[in-house]
Design a protein around this ligand. Structure first.
Ligand code: C2E
Ligand code: CA
Ligand code: CA
Ligand code: CA
Length: 280
């Protein structure tokens, strides 16, 4: 039994070593990835549930790794946050969003809205570049409301002074605010109001389990009613089935996002889809 335990321990530590090495390699690759143009911003449509028209899109980062192929943001965003590279990445994402908004305006003559994910690190770092966002929008002759900043609940619970003043400034400039992954953290609805949030995004976890007469549906209905009372619009994430869509629409949900409508896609594809402005 003893030697088993020993072997077990050695096996475990070898496994850890391999994982640590992979992590180091990824960290190293991350450093050069921007310069090597390995990042691409994908776009996933957000549709109005009542007419299925595309109202906005969420920008989602993709990393084309030369060896590992497409690397999920869930695995490299935390690394980028640890090393503060998220600040450079965040500026890349914002610049891409502006570029795409400009192209949409030129192609359709219409204003559009793109939401970008903003990391708590970007908001709490002094030189993250976030303070230039309003100028960048103005330089591109786009209204601030073209951008929705998606932030997570954790931020709302106990924001640092710098984070708080930055969010206030963004909101005052006319940029919109969405609370991402609602239901997975601890923020109260009072915070939503205090921060002047415009959208609440119901986490995919709830949407996944929605059935008629389910607890999840009752919860969604309650969230939607409260959000509307506070003047917020609601976006449901991760809609995959017509039943989920139908129940959410009945529950009063304003917008939906999910594979049922469209997966995140490259800009070119998204532009084509948008010019027909009809999903499903
Ligand atoms: P998120 O902000 O909650 O984004 C929604 C995620 O759900 C995306 O995963 C999207 O592809 C996925 N999704 C949407 N609809 C469906 C569906 O119907 N079914 C399923 N199974 N998934 C769906 P993705 O693109 O892998 O991004 C993962 C997370 O990485 C994001 O979660 C966000 O937290 C982070 N992320 C992505 N891009 C950025 C970025 O540019 N900056 C920062 N800071 N974080 C980002
Ligand atoms: Ca998001
Ligand atoms: Ca607002
Ligand atoms: Ca989310």
């Amino acid at each position: 039994a003893k030697s088993n335990g020993r072997n077990g321990f050695e096996f475990f530590s070898a496994d850890m070593r391999i994982r640590a090495q992979a992590r180091m390699q990824l960290l190293k690759d991350l450093r050069s990835a921007i310069d090597l143009h390995q990042f691409e911003l994908f776009y996933q449509p957000i549709v109005a549930l009542n007419d299925l028209h595309i109202h906005k899109a969420e920008g989602l980062i993709r990393w084309h790794h030369p060896v590992n192929g497409l690397v999920s943001p869930d695995s490299f965003i935390p690394l980028a946050e640890e090393t503060r590279q998220i600040n450079v990445l965040g500026q890349f994402v914002f610049a891409q969003a502006i570029q795409t908004l400009t192209e949409i305006k030129a192609a359709s003559g219409q204003q559009f809205q793109i939401s970008v994910n903003v990391s708590p690190v970007q908001l709490s770092t002094a030189d993250s570049g976030i303070d230039d966002w309003c100028d960048m929008l103005a330089a591109a002759q786009l209204p601030a409301s073209s951008i929705v900043a998606e932030i997570t609940e954790g931020l709302m619970v106990n924001p640092e002074a710098l984070t708080q003043s930055r969010l206030k400034r963004l909101v005052q400039s006319g940029m919109e605010l969405a609370l991402d992954d609602f239901g997975t953290g601890y923020s109260s609805l009072a915070y939503l109001q205090e921060m002047d949030t415009d959208y609440l995004k119901i986490d995919k976890r709830f949407v996944d389990n929605i059935k008629a007469d389910s607890q999840e549906l009752a919860l969604c209905e309650a969230i939607i009613v409260m959000a509307h009372q506070l003047g917020l619009k609601v976006i449901a994430e991760g809609i995959e089935t017509p039943l989920q869509m139908e129940l959410l629409l009945k529950a009063g949900c304003d917008y939906g996002q999910g594979y049922l409508f469209a997966k995140p896609m490259p800009k070119k594809e998204f532009m084509t889809l948008l010019s027909s402005n009809k999903v499903v």
